[in-house]
Design a binder for this molecule. Sequence first.
Ligand code: MN
Length: 727
Amino acid sequence: MSQLERQKTKEIPVRAKSQSDSSASISEAELLFHELAGYLKPEDISQLQNAYLFSQSAHSGQYRESGEPYIFHPLAVASILGKLHLDTQTLTAALLHDVMEDTHISKSEISDRFGKAVADLVDGVSKLDKIEFQTHMDAQAENFRKMLLAMARDVRVILIKLADRLHNMRTLEVMRLDKRRRTARETMEIYAPIANRLGLNNIYQELQELSFHNLFPTRYKVLAKATKAVRGNRREILKKILEAIKQCLHEAGIDTKVNGREKQLYSIYKKMVEKHLTFSEIFDIYGFRVVVKDIPSCYVALGALHGLYNPIPGKFKDYIAIPKANGYQSLHSTLLGPYGTPLEVQIRTAEMHRIAESGVASHWLYKSSDSDLGDMHLRTHQWLQSLLETLSDTEDSSEFLEHLKVDLFPGEVYVCTPQGKILMLPKDSTAVDFAYAVHTDIGNCCVAVKINGENSSLRTKLRSGDRVEIITSSHAGPNPAWLTYVVTGKARTHIRSFLKTMQFEESAELGKRMLNQALLSFNVDPQTISTVQWEKLVRESGAKSKQELLTELGLGKHLPAIVAKRLAKPGELIFRSSGVNDAIAILGTEGVAVQFAKCCHPIPGDPIVGFIKKNQGLVIHIHDCSSISKNRNNKSNWLDVTWSQDITKLFEVSIKMVVANQRGVLARVAAGIAEAGSNIDNISMEGDGAHTTIHFTLQVSNRQHLAQLMRSLRHIREVARITRVRG
Ligand code: MN
């Protein structure tokens, strides 16, 4: 429909149009509620009626491309989900699924009227709508699927999204050809596989058929015509076989339903393309489905059918003993029928049939009153868990397992670049990790970040679905502080290697001081080490130069005591005399070679010790920090350190504060901190009614400064308690 025509549709006089609209949609709605009354309680129906009226008035004046009033669409989506017998929350959300996106209704308004669970579902669906699928690369499609699953904490969001897509696909023919193609391709690549993974067999097949129809209209038409003709020709044979099977099972004493199965056009097409089979080769296979009451009957029926026609060797599969990854169970066998036609038989119980048709949705089947949200989550969780336990070793299942991980073990986040490229990062990844994942140069030069269009801190943890834009500056370089919060190996490696080159000299200087201290502890004067001794040591250690060896010492690659021992002639080793103050003075400006422990946040004035961490340099802790007590025995990793006299740098310190919950209290505290000459690095809060606990990371110059700061903060009336957090 052209822009102009659409305009016209909207200009139709409101009264005349709305009258016919509402009467048409009322009958659609009546139909829906009539269907739902088959399994829902009257109070559920009345909530759904409220949702319908609310949605109808929100969408009033909006029309679909087909010219129908918009409300037809949410009604149809709810009806698809109603056929799966889903719960009231899902159906309510289905009726409302487009109101946040297309009208000015807010999430809180939905929450007030229909409850938080419904509002969360609607919000989830709206968020999925905002992501646009942009490329057709396989890996990209894969990541997109994972992102969809990851974003929907509640699988019902995906169920609504799939029903939404199904209705849009059913009504696709009014769209322009290019739009039809694009939507169909996206459905084929993204939505149909998700429906399949979730075991929603009917939705999966319909999505596939509709996509095939819209992607290749001509092939679809030819195939449909040929299929129809062949089906007509074979009807007699099919009927005969069906009768024979029924008779055979009846004689075996099995109460059963038997149906011939018609193959989907798309599955015929796919087999022709992938297996290079001709149409008649594929069509010469008949499919039958036998549904029985229990598992023993499945095997009895199998035995009976194997007696009726010869089974084709190697074609039997027992998906009852080893279910498919999506929960599917059945016995499959191929028999050699009369006239040499292969017969594919599926045998399953009624319960297995239900799961085969509705998959994950069967876990939200409407239950009388006990189906609160927690219970439902529990049930899905159990279902997913049982799937994991029964996974067979097929290639399919390992793939499905990957997808489930996203839901079950949320260890990954999926975020996109401004260009729509999707990146997978480990959980807790920050904007800096993202920058390095895009490109090393972006990482090395990043200075700021916009997340979903808003300025954010580089240390912000990313969430699935975030759109991340890194702002770079060519003069910028990595900050050692990044190492405290990046989680990816790539970011860590590049930051370290950049800083190493930058701070080569600083590390070498520290290494020299550490070595000298060790030599002094053996009572060896560092000045007396000869060039020959040095050359020998450098050669033995594999370093290229003395400078490099000192740098490695500074970075913690070697232990100073061991190097010192090798450097000093054995005869010169004597016991150290007491009273020598040989502690290494720490300035705080040593760069990457010296780090201050995150557990205890030492500041000048605290008694400290240094711990040499392999490949990470020297880590400074407060001397009684609890996190290091278990490592104290290994003396060679410990270094005596002390604060240098002339420190100018500010240090991070961690503060916990309990304040009365009153307006503006945070502002007063923040002002107090600023007045005391300190900066706030980070704040987090947790409340429990009357009081809030605030965790601050502040910058102070030393203990004295901190004491002053805490004293002045205690003067604020709302501050009930303030303590420094150490370890
Ligand atoms: Mn929709």
